[in-house]
Design a protein around this ligand. Structure first.
Ligand code: TYD
Length: 217
């Protein structure tokens, strides 16, 4: 029987380096002969990408966190059905750039949607294809903001609907991540995202060591 492929997620504030670290992990695995691919949330499927467009535009949707949570979850369900479950079943790894932890943070702790409801919904959405570990990249909000501004070419107005909400909002989001890492310590690990991408990548591999393919590294 084939060993199930793992599902690893990167989560945390915008600007913490999730996308880059997700790609570096996928490359690390591919170099060792493990089938691996990065999927972004929301997105990763044709339906998910359409929902992403709608969600990141904001407008009427961002006025209701429950409506947002339902759409993020719809995107996640589409990803589970078309990619996460079939890939895990054939032994391929999936690396997620954001995960349901973002829903618990942005729509739950910050947005006010009941956490228990979101957790139950997530169990249904993922079914057997639940993330094996979520690495939460942790960075002080002011450093994350600076990195985002650099990425947006110095124009803070370039960010999406979520990124335009300001520094106090980011503080709140950062605190929500820290509290969820504490209450979900079986699943989530905090990784210090300061320093070079190589240093952070090394910390991420250490945080995944027990899950990585045996005999590797
Ligand atoms: P992200 O993919 O990080 O956008 P970008 O790469 O363009 O910075 O995510 C976009 C926003 O979506 C982010 O600010 C957080 C938000 N989000 C939620 O509010 N809930 C969720 O469940 C997810 C997956 C993302």
């Amino acid at each position: 029987m084939v060993e199930r492929g793992k599902i690893i997620a990167f989560d945390g504030l915008d600007g913490a380096g999730k996308s880059l670290q997700a790609e570096l992990l996928a490359d690390w695995l591919l170099e060792r002969g493990v089938e691996a691919r990065v999927f972004r949330e929301p997105g990763g499927t044709p339906l998910g990408e359409r929902l992403r467009e709608v969600l990141l535009q904001g407008g009427e949707i961002s006025e209701d966190p429950l409506l947002e949570a339902l759409l993020f979850s719809a995107s996640r369900r589409a990803l589970t059905l078309s990619a996460l479950e079939p890939r895990a079943a054939r032994g391929a790894w999936s690396i997620l750039d954001r995960s349901y932890l973002s829903t618990l943070v942005y729509q739950g702790l910050v947005g006010g949607v009941d956490l228990g409801l979101l957790e139950r919904m997530t169990r249904e959405v993922h079914g057997e294809a639940f993330p094996d570990r979520i690495l939460v990249l942790d960075l002080p909000p002011e450093v994350a903001s600076q990195r985002r501004r650099t990425r947006a070419g110095g124009d803070p107005g370039m960010g999406d609907a979520f990124e335009r909400r300001g520094e106090a909002y980011l503080e709140k989001v950062g605190e929500a991540y820290r509290s969820l890492v504490r209450s979900h310590s079986d699943l989530c690990l905090r990784v210090d995202a300061k320093g070079s991408s190589e240093e952070v990548a090394k910390r991420c591999l250490e945080a995944l060591w027990d899950l990585l393919p045996r005999g590797e590294g």
